[in-house]
Design a protein around this ligand. Structure first.
Ligand code: BG6
Length: 464
């Protein structure tokens, strides 16, 4: 018989407000960066006009249909659901003195619904969206005013939900600002590295302040960071490739280093000097950074390779990160390379580096599904993907890594982040909607729904 996961291990799924809620102008919600990019985080930024269309405007209408969805999650046996709070529901412009009651009340209803089924919420404070008002008035994270506004927002939601939410995360995939500055830090895409790293610094300071506030207001809560776990392997064993890989892995590990250790790592000194980057860091900033997170969370979808060989570098591809394909791995329909063992490697690497508990808060396969004539969806490819990754999580636990839980991405079909596609589905629950926004939004259970239900009820013993 297969080994069980620890009884305390949390099982569930993860969604983000802007990819499921819809209701983008309901109950006083302000415009967010996500609303201004209806084609996704790599799409164009547009000016919204009355009556125009964006697929996220309705998304899967989770805002109104969450009771049905939470019930389905409970049927699968979820003990945790990761979602985000849309900052613009609480502070529509970002700089108001007081939070918006209608926005707070919506999340009260959502968390109460989850509590009915003993599903623990895990809440991301900012998942790929921020108030457009803060960019328009202050220049987004280029400004220190945004740090204060974020702290006010974080304190408001800690205060309001302190008895309902014990697991918090600061910024989703905080390292993505290096690749999508508008989504990450509210800067124009063409911003130079000096501007991007200064804005990132402000966000790291804000993250430190949020950790401090959470510890004050929710003393028995835990607050973590969220990294895009973009593990890179050397393409060859040439020392130059190995060194380049170390450097490129540090570009994203840097965020975790600051959030865990409370200061900039030594290697960044040279990195900044060689790029003529000079950061404004105040004494107060240094103190704010010294608020280490309680646990590390990360997303894991794929790995890639690194080389200094120019010819090989021409082959780099990908729609979120541009990476050199690994000749030993197969790819998803979207070119993301499938590497279950990489998850065990990454868990070990992060635990060796930080000795902090880890939480896998995103993992999954984006794929096109076929609805059969009888309405069934036989998504064996998704089952295989999740199964193989969970087997490696269990291996990592056996290795001694402290893993708190696993929330697969998009347990219910949702709008994809990079290109706002609906046909790229991650769910165990199918939603009737297409890329143009047609469909009834009806929910149906896929084959993977019953499979995941069994995995959870057997604490992983049913994995093959
Ligand atoms: C992560 C994000 O990058 O990957 C999610 O945190 C996103 O918001 C997920 O949806 C998958 O990416 P995509 O582009 O397939 O939706």
């Amino acid at each position: 018989m297969n080994k069980r996961f620890p009884d305390s291990f949390l099982w569930g799924g993860a969604v983000a407000a802007n990819q499921v809620e819809g209701a983008y102008q309901t109950d006083g919600k302000g415009l967010s960066t996500s609303d201004l990019q209806p084609q996704g985080i790599f799409g164009q930024r547009v000016t919204r006009t009355e009556g125009d269309f964006g697929i996220k405007d309705t998304a899967i209408d989770f805002y109104h249909r969450f009771p049905e969805d939470v019930k389905l999650f409970a049927e699968m046996g979820f003990t945790v659901l990761r979602t985000s709070i849309a900052w613009t529901r609480i502070f529509p412009e970002g700089d108001e003195a007081e939070p918006c009651e209608a926005g707070l009340a919506y999340y009260d209803r959502l968390f109460d619904e989850m509590a009915k089924y003993n599903i623990q919420p895990m809440v991301t404070l900012s998942h790929y969206e921020m108030p457009w008002g803060l960019i328009n008035k202050y220049g987004g994270w280029a400004s220190r005013t945004t740090i204060d506004c974020f702290e006010r927002y974080a304190r408001a939601v800690f205060q309001r939900f302190q008895h309902k939410v014990k697991l918090w995360l600061t910024f989703n995939e905080i390292n993505m600002s290096l690749h999508a500055p508008f989504t990450g830090v509210g800067l124009p895409e063409e911003s130079d590295q000096q501007a991007v790293y200064q804005a990132i610094h402000h966000q790291l300071v804000a993250s430190g302040r949020a950790v401090k506030a959470c510890h004050e207001i929710v003393p028995e809560g835990k607050i973590g960071n969220m990294l895009l776990g973009a593990l890179l392997y050397p393409l060859s064993c040439r020392p130059a490739d190995v060194m380049e890989t170390l450097q490129q892995n540090r570009e994203w590990l840097f965020f975790g280093d600051v959030q865990v250790r409370g200061r900039y790592p030594a290697y960044m000194k040279r990195f900044f000097a060689e790029r003529n980057i000079s950061l404004q860091i105040s004494d107060q900033d240094r103190l704010d950074l010294q608020n280490p997170i309680d646990y590390i969370s990360f997303s894991y979808y794929m790995t890639g390779c690194v080389t200094t060989n120019e010819e090989e570098n021409q082959k780099a591809r990908g729609n979120i990160l541009s990476m050199i394909p690994n000749p030993h791995l197969a790819s998803s329909e979207w070119g993301w390379q499938i590497d279950p063992e990489g998850l065990r490697i990454l868990l070990n690497l992060l635990y060796d580096r930080y000795q902090k508990p880890l939480f896998i808060v995103e993992n999954g396969l984006g794929a096109k599904d076929t609805v059969e004539a009888d309405g069934s969806i036989n998504d064996d490819y998704r089952i295989q993907y999740i199964n193989d990754h969970l087997v490696q999580v269990r291996e990592a636990i056996e290795d001694g890594v402290e893993v708190l839980g696993y929330t697969s991405w998009g347990p219910i079909d949702l709008v994809s982040a990079s290109k706002a596609e609906f046909s790229k589905r991650y769910g165990y629950i199918h939603v009737d909607r297409d890329d143009s926004g047609n469909g009834t939004l009806a929910r149906t259970r896929k084959k993977s729904f019953f499979w995941y239900q069994q995995v959870i009820s057997t604490h992983g013993e049913s994995l093959s």
